[in-house]
Design a protein around this ligand. Structure first.
Ligand code: C2E
Ligand code: MG
Ligand code: MG
Ligand code: MG
Length: 295
C-alpha cells in the first residue's frame, strides 16, 4: 500500500516536472518569435539625483506580452532567453529601442544630460561583437555615447573577469558609462571592481529593504558603508528599490547620489515616461537648450 502511495506521488511529481519542462520549452519557442511579432516592449524607470532633484537617468526594463502566455515576467523569461541564446538578438533589440527612444525624447525637449541605462546579460558580455552592437545602436539612433549606460551585475563581472575587463575597456573607449547592478549580493571586493572602468554602483534592493526599519541596523550599516567606500573610490551610488519616504530620508542622510524605486516612480511606458520627465523639468524650471524644443 505504501508503495502505491509512493508511486502515485511520484507520478504527480513527474507530471508537474513534465508540465514545467513543457512550459519552459514552449516559452523558449515563443520567445524566438517575440521580436518579429512585436510582443516585446520597454518600460523606463526614472532615477532621481538626490543633490539637485533632477532625473539623471532612466533604466530600460524589458516587458513581454505574449498572446499565448500573457505578461511573462523578466525574472522568468530572461533566464530562458539566456539558456537558449535568444538573449543575444533580444539584447540587440533592447539596445536599439532604448537608444531610439532617448534620441526621440531629446528631440521632444528632454534634458540632454539624461542617460538611458540598459541591462546586459552574461551571454551578451561574452560575445566579442557586443561593443560593435553598442556602436551600431548609437549610430542608428544618433544618440551620443555619453547618454548611454550599460548595467552588468556583480556576479556576471566576477564570473567572467578577463572578458569583462576587455569589454568594459572597449565601452570606455566608446564613451559609454558602466554601472554594476545588484551590488552587494555577489562576492566581489570593491578593490577588484576598482580596477575596472566603472562609473556607478547600484546597491541591491535587498539592502534597501532593511533601511529605516527600527529593528534592523545591519542593512543600514552596510548601505552607509558601501556609499562611503564608493565615494572614496570616486564612484556614483544608486539605491535600487526605494519604496518608502523613510528609506529615501536615510539615503539622503548617508549622502547617496541617486535613488530609484516605486517611491520615486514605477517603470513607465515610453509616452508616460516622456510626459513624466517633461513635467518634472517644467516644475524645476529647467531651461531647454535652444533648438531642442518640439517644432
Ligand atoms: P534589475 O536590473 O535589477 O532591475 C530592477 C528591478 O526591480 C526591475 O524589475 C524593477 O521593475 C524592479 N523595481 C524597481 N523599483 C522597485 C521597487 O521599489 N520595488 C520593487 N519591488 N521592485 C522594484 P523587472 O523589470 O521585473 O526586471 C527584473 C530583472 O530582469 C532586472 O533586474 C534585470 O536583471 C532583468 N532585466 C529586465 N530587463 C532586461 C533587459 O532588457 N535585458 C536583460 N539582460 N535583463 C533585463
Ligand atoms: Mg538593472
Ligand atoms: Mg538591480
Ligand atoms: Mg535585480
Amino acid at each position: 500500500k505504501a508503495k502505491g502511495i509512493g508511486k502515485r506521488a511520484f507520478l504527480r511529481y513527474a507530471d508537474a516536472m513534465d508540465g514545467d519542462i513543457r512550459r519552459r520549452a514552449n516559452l523558449i519557442g515563443a520567445l524566438r518569435r517575440a521580436i518579429e511579432r512585436g510582443e516585446l516592449s520597454l518600460v523606463y524607470q526614472p532615477e532621481l539625483l538626490l543633490a539637485d532633484g533632477r532625473f539623471g537617468a532612466v533604466e530600460a526594463l524589458l516587458r513581454w506580452n505574449s498572446p499565448e502566455y500573457g505578461n511573462v515576467t523578466p525574472d522568468e523569461f530572461i533566464p530562458l532567453a539566456e539558456e537558449s541564446g535568444t538573449i543575444v538578438q533580444i539584447g540587440e533589440w533592447v539596445l536599439h529601442e532604448a537608444c531610439r527612444t532617448l534620441a526621440a525624447w531629446q528631440r521632444a525637449g528632454v534634458d540632454r544630460r539624461l542617460k538611458v541605462s540598459v541591462n546586459v546579460s552574461a551571454l551578451q558580455l561574452l560575445r566579442s561583437d557586443l561593443p560593435g552592437a553598442v556602436e551600431a545602436a548609437l549610430r542608428d539612433s544618433g544618440l551620443a555615447a555619453s547618454a548611454l549606460e550599460l548595467e552588468l551585475t556583480e556576479s556576471v563581472l566576477m564570473g567572467n573577469a578577463e572578458v569583462a575587463s576587455e569589454r568594459l575597456h572597449a565601452f570606455r573607449r566608446l564613451g559609454v558609462s558602466i554601472a554594476v547592478d545588484d551590488f552587494g549580493t555577489g562576492y566581489s571586493s570593491l578593490a577588484y571592481l576598482h580596477r575596472l572602468p566603472i562609473n556607478t554602483l547600484k546597491i541591491d534592493k535587498a539592502f534597501i529593504d532593511g533601511l529605516a526599519t527600527p529593528d534592523d541596523h545591519e542593512d543600514a550599516t552596510i548601505t552607509a558603508t558601501i556609499i562611503a567606500m564608493a565615494r572614496t573610490l570616486g564612484l556614483q551610488v544608486v539605491a535600487e528599490g526605494v519604496e518608502t519616504e523613510g528609506q529615501l530620508a536615510f539615503l539622503e542622510q548617508s549622502a547617496c547620489d541617486i535613488a530609484q524605486g516605486y517611491w520615486i516612480s514605477r517603470p513607465l511606458p515610453e509616452d508616460a515616461c516622456l510626459d513624466f520627465l517633461l513635467r518634472a523639468q517644467a516644475r524645476a524650471g529647467t531651461r531647454l537648450d535652444p533648438g531642442t524644443a518640439p517644432a
